[in-house]
Structure formats: structure tokens, C-alpha cells
Design a protein around this ligand. Structure first.
Ligand code: AGP
Length: 615
């Protein structure tokens, strides 16, 4: 998804705009640009590809006091300089940056063409239309671009916003006016901040941390104007609203590597802290606290995408096991196609960013069906967090690497807390069970730390990595609670190393996938519990008999392991409900090592964005 950034009132605006773009790189992009107001002119620079292509074009620009910037992830039109933002009106009197999709762009293009038959659109994008529209509104209003007061442009801006359908986070500047920026948000996040001297607006807080520590999280439909003295925020009905700023959730340390070579590695190593923070004040030997379930559901629905979906699958196993309540799991983007059936359900939406359009749409569909919703979310100021009826923040801290790692651990723990709460309420999960779990949960961070620093495991990971050299296909197998880890492990490998990796339940092998196994195929088998583990070891023998190279990830007390794999990686033993988390961290490290060996950018894999805010 794209990223927008705007600044006003700081004499270092040009430099800070470039710093902001750098901070937003993790969102994924394929072109970028900035536009500043210098005297009576716009100065715009745009470039395709990495920010390093834009930097030389900006290095000698004046510092300016007002400007906007953008990282584009191409949706309408290829990544070219003409399609890069900021976009301008034909008269070059309006510049706009946009994140989202204008769904009525065709109708608006026709409207503009009917006004001016000779109109020329310089780009393939939907965003450019916004600059045309505002320029026309200003002309029709008779306002003087040089002399009219900033507030006089508000009504023109409102007319433009009212024409737009779809999703948008917008920042707009006018030629020769370094005294204000217009903004609007609808179904695309936008934060805004003002310290009395300078104003900032951004798609996410990563680019403003270190500049300010108070932000306004704009609501759906909010729009307005920010100038050097302050800001005016209007709601969707056009009423001026007073908002109290909130403390920024991020610290400067979160937005930086802190000595690690990649954000992904940093975030893998943050998982002991995530376990502590996520469970803090919620888990005790007597009961689960701080987890409010809106009612006593007889059926649960879980929705999520990607890693969040995989965490939801594990949560499903936990909830059914501990509370005996049935759970239906859907990919969020498929949930809306189902017909509402059965008893009133509690719908649980899982999302790290809290901005995934498909998951937000599923939450909204749930509300339309009269279903209460619970969010398991990392970014507690996000749109999903503010739209659900109740929310569990996983407290993983900002996750910058596109491949989700620590958030998965937090999401699974969030699902476990829900499962134990429901289990307690339904009298299926007793105090002694909880007390036993609590003892292991308190030791889990130390077990993870030991595992992350275990030289023997590092050596085994290096050996395992050799099985993937020059390979383009791999499989991850699991059963029961390790099946979600097989899916997650495969997702991690494919999204950062570009090896085609699939996760399967071991029982599925004979029903087709076994045909794909050939000499040297790397297959990661993730241990399960009880009887399903023995079946999984049987799967390991099956694939080995067909030439596969089997890597078995299991725990230290597994006495059968060594005779069932080419390579065995043993992790500390913990509670059955927590064991999958340790296995998953090994999969994260394995994928990271393989991807780096293949020269891939693990923090910003090709084609992917950190949060998919478009459907
Ligand atoms: C995970 O590694 C992926 N980057 C992706 O699948 C992600 O989990 C998915 O897009 C959901 O994002 P969310 O948790 O922010 O909703």
C-alpha cells in the first residue's frame, strides 16, 4: 500500500519529508516523490524504484516550510515517473498525494472530460483526478490562490471529497501557499499532529516518531486543514470536531534497527518480550483477566489473512479444545460470501496492522449480520481496533518487517487467552489446568531466549539451510496444532525467499501432494503431540522413501525423532499449548537464513506490502 506524508511550519521540511519516506519504506513501494512550496512555485521531484533514485534529485532543493511526499505501490498503472505521486492539476496549481483507491474514477474522468474536451491526464492513476477536481472547484469559486485566506478553500475541498467514492488518505497543497495543507481520510489510515508551531500528517506513525509524540488518529470521514498555528478537523457531516491528541505508541527505537541487520531478525529476537508483555496482567494461576467476551457464544467465527489467518487456525484448535465451543475459521476475504447461518456468533478478527481492508470488511459484514466482534490486534489505534466491540491488544510493539514474526506469537497468545477465558466460563478449563499453564507460560520467555542463543540449534539451522540450495519447491508438514505452524512456516519461506513452499496437514499427503515429492525435495516436518505425532513420523518415512530430505523440528524429549529424519532440530520442552510457538520461531529463523543466502531483501520482499489496505 502507498504511504503519504506532509509537513508544514518546519524550516527543515524537505529533509524531514525524505526521512519520512525512508521510514515508510517498510510498507513496500515501487516509486516515490515529493513536492514542496518554494516562494510562489511548486518544486516536484519523482523517481521510480528505490528511494536512492529520488535522493539525488532532492539533495539540492531548498529546505522549504511546506510539502508533501509519497511512496507508491502501483495499483492503477505501472510504476513510472508519470504515475508517481505527487500528482498535479493541469494548471499546476494543486498537488496531491493519495493512499487508497478511487472507485468512481471512470465517472469522474468522464465528468472532467465533459467540462474540458481537451483535458489531458498525465498519468494512468485515479489519484491525479483529485488534483483536477480541486483546481476546477477553486476556479469556479472565484477564490484568489494568492490572496484568499486558507479557510476559504475549505468549502472547495469539501466539494471534492464529497465526489470521491472508495478509499483515500489525502494530503493536498496549493501553488504558492506554504501556509496550509488540506487533508482527508476514508477507509485508509491517516494520523495528524501539531505542536503549536509545525504540523505533520502521515499514513502511519513510523514516519513521525522522533519528530513528535502526540498524534490524532483521524476517524472515518474526517477531513480538514492544517496550518502553522494548528489544525481544523471536520467530521463526515462537516462539523468541526475537537480531538484530544493521544500519546504515540511508537518510540524512536521501534522505528530503527537497534544494531540488528534487519527488522525481521530484530523482531524475531523480540519475541521473549512479546510473550511477557502480551500475558502481563492477563494470566494468573487463578483466572484470566482483561479479556472481555461480549456474550456467551455457542459458535465462534475467526477471520484473518495470511499470518493472522494461520494464528486463527491455531486459536481455533485451542478454543475448541479448552471450551468445547465450535469455531468456524474463514479467510477474511471469503467470510462475506458465506450466508449467515446458525446461532448468533462471536466474530474474532485477527490483524497485526488493524488496517487490512479484507479483515475490516469482514468485521463490518459481521456487524451487518448482528454479530458482536472481538479484535486481536497489534496496533491498538488502528481502524479495526476502533471498530470492534471488544479488543485484545497483543502488545508486540511496532512490526516493521513485512514478514510477520513477533505478531504471530502475540496473535496466538491472544487466541489462547480467549480460549482459556471461554474454557473457564464454560467450566471446561479448570483452575489446576490454568495454574499448570501459568507455570510454563512464565518460563516461556527464558526458553525462547535460550533457544535463540543455542549454538547447537544455530549449527543445525545452517545444515538445514543447505537442503534448500538451488531448490525451488519445499513442503512443511504438521498435524493438529502443528498444522498451522506448517502453513505459517511455508508462508514465511515463500514470502521472503520466493521458494514455492506449501504447508500441508500430514494426512493430506496421500491425497495428492505426495506426487510432488522427488529426490532432494526439502520437507520440514513439525512435531505434533500424542498420537498425531506418531502419524507425522510416518509421513516423514513416506516422503523420505521417495527421496525427500527431511528436517524434523521437535522438542528435546522426543525419543523417536532421530530415526525419522535426515536432520533433527530439538527445541526446549514446554506446555503442549505453547510448544507450537517454539517450533514456529525455528521456522522463522530457517526462512530468514535461506532468504538471505539467496540475496533476498527480507524486510521488503518483492510485490508485498506490510499492510494490505486495499481489497
Ligand atoms: C505475513 O507474513 C504477511 N506479511 C501477511 O500475510 C499478513 O499477515 C497479512 O497481510 C495480514 O496482515 P494483518 O495481520 O496486518 O491484518
Amino acid at each position: 500500500m502507498c504511504g503519504i506524508f506532509g509537513m508544514i511550519g518546519d524550516s527543515n521540511t524537505t529533509k524531514l519529508l525524505m526521512q519520512g519516506l525512508k521510514r515508510m519504506e517498510y510498507r513496500g513501494y515501487d516509486s516515490s516523490g515529493i513536492c514542496i512550496v518554494d516562494n510562489n512555485e511548486f518544486i516536484r521531484r519523482r523517481a521510480v524504484g528505490e528511494l536512492s533514485n529520488l535522493e539525488p534529485l532532492v539533495v539540492n532543493l531548498p529546505n522549504a516550510e511546506c510539502g508533501i511526499a509519497h511512496t507508491r505501490w502501483a495499483t492503477h498503472g505501472p510504476p513510472t515517473e508519470d504515475n508517481a505521486h505527487p500528482h498535479m492539476s493541469p494548471k499546476l496549481d494543486v498537488a496531491v498525494v493519495h493512499n487508497g483507491i478511487i472507485e468512481n474514477e471512470v465517472e469522474l474522468r468522464k465528468e472532467l472530460s465533459s467540462i474540458d474536451k481537451n483535458i489531458i491526464f498525465k498519468s494512468d492513476t485515479d489519484s491525479e483526478i483529485i488534483a483536477h477536481l480541486l483546481s476546477n472547484e477553486i476556479k469556479n469559486s472565484g477564490l484568489d490562490l494568492k490572496k484568499s485566506k486558507d479557510e476559504e478553500f475549505i468549502s472547495c475541498w469539501k466539494k471534492v471529497i464529497d465526489k470521491l467514492e472508495g478509499s483515500f488518505a489525502l494530503a493536498v497543497i496549493l501553488k504558492g501557499r506554504n501556509d496550509f495543507i488540506l487533508f482527508a481520510r476514508k477507509f485508509a489510515p491517516l494520523v495528524i499532529s501539531h505542536d503549536g508551531n509545525k504540523g505533520i500528517l502521515a499514513s502511519d506513525v513510523s514516519c513521525i516518531v522522533g519528530i513528535t509524540d502526540k498524534v490524532h488518529y483521524l476517524e472515518e470521514g474526517d477531513w480538514g486543514l492544517i496550518n502553522k498555528n494548528g489544525l481544523k478537523i471536520f467530521n463526515i457531516d462537516g462539523d468541526l470536531v475537537e480531538k484530544e491528541p493521544k500519546k504515540l505508541e511508537w518510540t524512536l527505537g521501534d522505528a530503527e534497527l537497534g544494531g540488528y541487520p534487519t527488522f525481521m531478525l530484530k523482531e524475531i529476537y523480540e519475541q521473549p518480550r512479546v510473550v511477557r508483555d502480551c500475558l502481563r496482567g492477563r494470566l494468573s494461576r487463578e483466572k484470566i483477566k482483561g479479556v472481555s467476551i461480549p456474550f456467551n457464544p455457542r459458535l465462534l467465527r475467526i477471520v484473518g489473512c495470511g499470518t493472522a489467518y494461520n494464528a486463527g487456525l491455531l486459536a481455533r484448535y485451542y478454543i475448541e479444545q479448552l471450551s468445547k465451543i465450535p469455531v468456524i475459521l474463514d479467510h477474511a476475504h471469503e467470510f462475506r460470501y458465506g450466508a449467515p447461518s446458525g446461532p448468533k456468533s462471536l466474530v474474532i478478527g485477527i490483524s497485526q496492522s488493524g488496517e487490512t481492508a479484507d479483515t475490516l470488511a469482514a468485521i463490518q459484514a459481521a456487524h451487518e449480520r448482528g454479530y458482536p466482534t472481538l479484535g486481536i490486534v497489534n496496533v491498538e489505534s488502528s481502524t479495526i481496533a476502533r471498530n470492534v466491540d471488544t479488543m485484545i491488544g497483543i502488545r508486540a510493539g511496532p512490526e516493521i518487517g513485512v514478514a510477520s514474526t513477533k505478531a504471530f506469537t502475540g496473535q496466538v497468545l491472544g487466541g489462547l487467552l480467549v480460549a482459556m477465558k471461554l474454557g473457564q466460563d464454560s467450566k471446561n478449563f479448570h483452575r489446576e489446568d490454568l495454574s499448570y499453564f501459568d507455570r510454563h507460560a512464565r518460563m516461556l520467555p527464558t526458553s525462547i531466549e535460550r533457544m535463540l542463543n543455542d549454538q547447537n540449534i544455530k549449527t543445525k539451522l545452517w545444515e538445514a539451510q543447505q537442503y534448500f540450495v538451488d531448490k525451488n519447491h519445499a513442503f512443511f508438514l504438521g498435524r493438529n496444532t502443528s498444522y498451522p505452524i506448517a502453513l505459517e512456516g511455508a508462508l514465511k519461506l515463500k514470502e521472503i525467499s520466493y521458494i514455492h513452499a506449501e504447508g500441508y496437514a500430514g494426512g493430506e499427503l496421500k491425497h495428492g501432494p505426495l506426487a510432488l515429492v522427488e529426490e532432494g525435495t526439502p520437507i520440514v516436518v513439525i512435531a505434533s503431540e500424542g498420537s498425531s505425532h506418531k502419524k507425522l513420523l510416518g509421513n516423514a518415512r513416506e516422503v523420505a522413501a521417495r527421496g525427500a530430505k527431511v528436517i524434523l523440528i521437535t522438542h528435546q524429549e522426543d525419543e523417536l525423532a532421530d530415526s525419522h529424519a535426515d536432520l533433527v532440530i530439538k527445541v526446549p520442552r514446554t506446555h503442549d499449548l505453547l510448544q507450537p510457538l517454539l517450533y514456529n520461531i525455528i521456522c522463522q529463523l530457517l526462512s530468514l537464513n535461506i532468504a538471505e543466502e539467496r540475496g533476498c531483501n527480507v524486510d521488503r520482499p518483492r510485490n508485498l506490502a506490510k499492510s494490505v489496505t486495499v481489497e
